[in-house]
Ligand binder design. Structure first.
Ligand SMILES: [Zn+2]
Length: 371
């Protein structure tokens, strides 16, 4: 799912997204609740109509960004209280309120309010956080009024297998249309993250979508799919595009680098995206250095096209029963030459995670450390 934080995937039109094969996009409840307001969006015909996107939409609960964008958050059994990062006004979100806002917005998939356990957290703290999330999940389920939206529960439990298992079982008993794995990509190592994913994903009901929130590089996604995850959202392709970092088959490409100054070839030879069909690296480098608006647009087109193509290849490999072979060939790709220090196992690196850790993030449902 491309991320459309403010009811727009930055720099693109809905037609652009459709042309590159996007089938569903994510929008952030927290931002839309504060501005322009969920009631206004409802009066204007709902989020699909408001943003001219007739295809599936997912909204998050807003909880994650309440924590990641606000220094002053008060957490209680009832819900969370916070001050707007825009004007300092005070707000409270309860599980019931999170559902009410998301029903007003009218996305096809909505999420339960959860308490994202920080990392590191002791077993006791992770357990208390999990209990709160389970309580809130039940209240979300019980307060929903619309039956035409799918409500997903979010698995928490920190990095503890017993808590993750308990979370899966309790949510399964409550019964949701889909299940998300939350509380990952919050500062833990990649090894630990995949340990948790590989322990948690197989426990989830096989007849319901499994959604890994806020992950990740193409390499991360391929690994998680091997563990049985179906859905992802991540700001990497769009945010990196705006920062001039492009995804290619050979790893990451930094467009501002001097080596591209006279380069006539496209970002990725053979790529069928609008950007690669029409523009040279030299031109894209020029646009980026000149801080032209078009740089963001063309870079975003390529990066999202790359991600969506990558997902299409995964689906095809699954359909043809050769996912493992496909994943191996994907991992064997070259290391991005331009990124020093990137782990050799992941050709696309994850510098954004390092950069985001401990820093407030205004554009994401993923990759931030919290609290
Ligand atoms: Zn391209």
């Amino acid at each position: 799912m491309p991320v459309g934080t403010q009811a727009t995937v930055k720099a693109l039109t809905p037609e652009d997204l459709r042309e590159m094969g996007a089938e569903i996009i994510l929008s952030n409840t927290y931002h839309l609740y504060l501005r322009p307001g969920h009631e206004r969006i409802q009066r204007l015909g709902g989020l699909h109509r408001f943003m001219h996107w007739d295809y599936p939409l997912l909204t998050d609960s807003g909880g994650f960004q309440v924590f990641s964008l606000n220094a002053l958050v008060k957490l209680s059994a009832e819900g969370v209280q916070f001050q707007s990062h825009i004007d300092g006004s005070r707000h409270g979100i309860t599980p019931e309120k999170a559902v009410e806002i998301q029903e007003a917005l009218g996305a096809d998939i909505i999420m339960c309010l959860d308490d994202c356990t920080p990392y590191p957290a002791s077993h006791g703290r992770a357990e208390r956080s999990l209990e709160l999330t389970l309580n809130w999940s039940r209240r979300c389920r019980d307060s929903r009024r619309r039956q035409d939206q799918a409500l997903f529960g979010i698995v928490q439990g920190g990095m503890y297998p017993d808590l993750r298992k308990r979370s899966v079982e309790a949510l399964g008993e409550m019964g949701f249309e889909g299940y998300a794995i939350g509380g990952l990509s919050v500062g833990e190592s990649k090894e630990l993250m995949f340990e948790v994913v590989s322990q948690t994903a197989p426990l989830l009901p096989s007849d319901r979508p499994r959604y890994l929130m806020g992950v990740g590089t193409p390499f991360d996604i391929a690994q998680a799919v091997l563990q049985g995850v179906d859905m992802f959202d991540c700001v990497l392709p769009t945010r990196n595009a705006r920062n001039g970092t492009l995804f290619t088959r050979n790893g990451r490409l930094v467009i501002k680098n001097a080596r591209h100054a006279d380069e006539e070839s496209p970002l990725e030879p053979g790529c069928s995206c609008y950007t690669c069909r029409n523009f040279s690296r030299a031109y894209l480098r020029h646009l980026y250095l000149a801080e032209e608006i078009l740089a963001m647009r063309l870079n975003t087109i390529h990066n999202l096209h790359f991600y969506l193509d990558f997902m299409g290849e995964i689906r095809q490999a699954i359909a043809e029963g050769r996912l493992k072979e496909w994943a191996k060939s994907c991992y064997a790709l070259g290391n991005g030459e331009e990124e020093e220090g990137a782990p050799p196992s992941d050709p696309w690196g994850s510098p954004s995670r390092k950069r985001m850790t401990g820093k407030k993030n205004r554009d994401s449902t993923g990759t931030v450390s919290m609290k």
